[in-house]
Write a protein that binds this ligand. Sequence first.
Ligand SMILES: [Zn+2]
Length: 83
Amino acid sequence: MPIYEYIAADPEKSCRICSKGFELMRPVDRAPLEICYLCKNPVKKLVSRVNTPKLTKPLSVSEAKSKGFTIMKRRDKGVYEKL
Ligand SMILES: [Zn+2]
């Protein structure tokens, strides 16, 4: 059974489980989860871990910048700061 990862669509309105994301084993033929079991707020599915190549270590901000990525950090609701 694949493991799906879900995270709250709006973490500020959601419970502490889904605001940080959670994993769920779910049969492939089952419709994707749309709301959190606990707080009933909308959740979205993250890319399944099964098909994701494992990263040996997460990219640091400076590494990402050197590869041309722009790092955005969430400061406030809808406000992003360019680092
Ligand atoms: Zn929740």
